[in-house]
Design a protein around this ligand. Sequence first.
Ligand SMILES: Nc1ncnc2c1ncn2[C@@H]1O[C@H](COP(=O)(O)OP(=O)(O)OP(=O)(O)O)[C@@H](O)[C@H]1O
Ligand SMILES: O=P(O)(O)OC[C@H]1O[C@H](OP(=O)(O)OP(=O)(O)O)[C@H](O)[C@@H]1O
Ligand SMILES: [Mg+2]
Length: 304
Amino acid sequence: MSPPNVAQGRDRLRIAIQKSGRLADPARALLASCGLSWRESRDRLFCYGETLPVDLLLVRDDDIPGLIADGVCDLGVVGRNVLQEQGQDRVESGRVPAYREWRALGFGGCRLDIAVPDAWDWQGPQQLGGKRIATSYPALLRQWLQAQGIAADVVLLSGSVEIAPRLGQADAICDLVSSGATLSANQLKPVLTLLQSEAVLAGPVEAFDDVRGELADLLLRRLDGAIRVRKSKLLMFQASRNDLPTLLPLLPDAEAPTVMQVDGADRMALQALCHGAVTWQRLEDLKRAGASGLMVLPVEGMLA
Ligand SMILES: Nc1ncnc2c1ncn2[C@@H]1O[C@H](COP(=O)(O)OP(=O)(O)OP(=O)(O)O)[C@@H](O)[C@H]1O
Ligand SMILES: O=P(O)(O)OC[C@H]1O[C@H](OP(=O)(O)OP(=O)(O)O)[C@H](O)[C@@H]1O
Ligand SMILES: [Mg+2]
């Protein structure tokens, strides 16, 4: 089993995901939670969709925007940082945008930050004027520098960017940060955020005008449900009718709760779908406000 060539297979949807790396497992898990399953090719580069005609191509993340632009793949799961860098690179070189972000997927979070040596007395972006900044994101950095009216040298490095100041290759850096541990280990401190990133579903600028459009709509509906489910909990409790005005404001992130009457006129049972964290603190607050029999349940599926 191998992927059909570009001209064929327009009745199936093809999604590019990272073969290995930070986004590989969560991307696959999210798609699987949408009810997709696959049979893998022997070389583990192509997965044939079994439950739905939605196939996966396993690639390097940097190749994903280009695969969408060339029409080799229909959709892709990639970091916003990679998508925007390559998109801005296209703009710089006068090419048309060929893809856009369809959905934010809620994993792979990180920031694209400018960081300077700890010893710098940071006073603001103008301090970067005339300096050398090492990065793997030259197009996004140039775009930002231009918007700020700062003239600085962009030093392109494909990895280990944080070590550049210590090696004398650059004065500052612009790279991905999540925990900040790599910056600290290299005596650097973050001073500006250029981009808040996470994994996104990327697709073409225009909607599909063939059967892939229906498949993509179905996938998006399920993805939206799966993303909401991950963050949602069903909260159930009982309370007296008189306490409802105090209790309901404690559920600001809940959809309109279902309120049912139990024995007599006063006792009520409530069910609320909460889209934020239901913490112990919150349960304590609800209990103090008159809730009893509090129960928090995971949500397995949801379809708007
Ligand atoms: N701490 C982090 N550092 C780098 N990327 C992160 C971090 N946290 C989340 N990410 C996201 O994960 C994406 C993939 O990171 P990874 O390190 O797996 O990429 P890679 O080494 O370029 O992989 P590939 O072999 O596919 O080219 C990044 O582009 C970014 O969107
Ligand atoms: O803030 P932190 O949690 O320390 O994460 C940030 C670091 O992680 C990434 O590097 P990675 O480990 O992927 O190495 P590479 O860039 O050399 O591939 C990124 O390029 C930063 O160096
Ligand atoms: Mg890569």
